[in-house]
Ligand binder design. Structure first.
Ligand code: CO8
Length: 261
């Protein structure tokens, strides 16, 4: 067993070649601040270059959240320029997850909201615990998803369900996520890790080159270039009063009063 500890991430590899990456900010429900993003970027490079790692599991520390989203405290101060930069940077890091040569399984153990749902969707397989709540609530903050959610959600659940989830901003429970194809299994918290490891074990019996090629081929299916447009639209919203109101209202623990400006 080897362990690599970052400030906000734990990366542990067992003797069979299964690595577990845990986002580790449980007091902030594992929200993705810039430190988490940087460490995730570094960890993904290490995972891809470490020959001992065959499959990666990604999950959140604690029993409450996978990742409750981008850190709204950091979002609150974005403008058009920094908004586009952050969206593009996050998209690049999540692309590294999606395009990893090694299979990645997300264990969605609680809230997976906004950037958290987007991280889970960048993984190759998702299993959820029974308490999972998955959604893209960005419109409630006067924003849109900016880490690939507008592109990956329709690909996973179809345009109609994706529109419903993105336009209402309402999260769905684990059983609904299973029904819509957003996750492939739902388990109790006690069983989820073991199940994911069994899945990893079954995957590892196969040829590593074939696995990498399969990931690349599946990722190439139906890819439109909407990502750049998502980042631009996200950044334009960073200049609006609604965005300032939406993110401030969350931080001040009150309901947002949107004016459409
Ligand atoms: N960002 C920052 N802090 C957060 C976040 C977050 N996303 N989520 C939770 N926290 C913090 C809370 O502020 C709180 O901190 P403190 O104890 O210091 O007050 C702590 O975590 C615990 O949270 P709560 O007390 O709110 O816990 P509850 O159990 O009452 O509620 C919820 C849990 C329902 C998950 C609630 O925390 C919540 O609604 N969180 C925000 C969810 C959300 O809106 N996520 C989407 C964010 S937007 C986004 O992800 C955009 C991604 C694209 C970015 C594009 C590039 C810029």
């Amino acid at each position: 067993m080897s362990q690599r500890t970052f400030e906000t991430i734990l990366l542990e590899t067992d003797e069979t070649g299964i690595a577990t990456l845990k986002i580790n900010r449980p007091d902030k429900l594992n929200a993705l601040n810039s430190r988490v993003l940087s460490e995730l970027e570094t960890a993904m490079k290490e995972v891809n270059s470490d020959e001992a790692i065959r499959v990666l599991l990604i999950t959140g520390a604690g029993e409450k959240a996978f990742v409750a989203g981008a850190d709204i405290k950091e979002l609150n101060t974005l403008n058009k320029e920094t908004g586009e930069m952050l969206a593009s940077r996050g998209q690049k890091i999540f692309d590294a997850v999606e395009n990893s040569k090694k299979p990645i399984i997300a264990i969605v153990n609680g809230y997976a909201l906004g950037g958290g749902a987007e991280l889970a969707m960048a993984c190759h397989i998702r299993v959820a615990t029974e308490n999972a709540l998955i959604g893209l609530p960005e419109v409630s903050l006067g924003l849109i998803p900016g880490y690939g959610g507008t592109q990956r959600l329709p690909a996973l659940v179809g345009k109609s369900k994706a529109m419903e989830m993105i336009l209402t901003g309402k999260p769905i429970k684990a059983d609904a996520a299973l029904q819509s194809g957003l996750v492939s299994a739902v388990l109790s918290i006690e069983e989820a890790l073991e199940y994911a490891k069994k899945l990893a074990g079954a995957i590892m019996k196969n040829g590593p080159l074939a696995l990498s090629a399969a990931i690349e081929a599946v990722n190439a299916s139906g890819r439109a270039n909407g990502f750049a447009r998502e980042a631009v639209l996200f950044s334009e919203l960073c200049e609006t009063e609604d965005f300032t109101e939406g993110t401030s209202a969350f931080l001040e623990k009150r309901n947002a009063q949107f004016k459409g400006k």
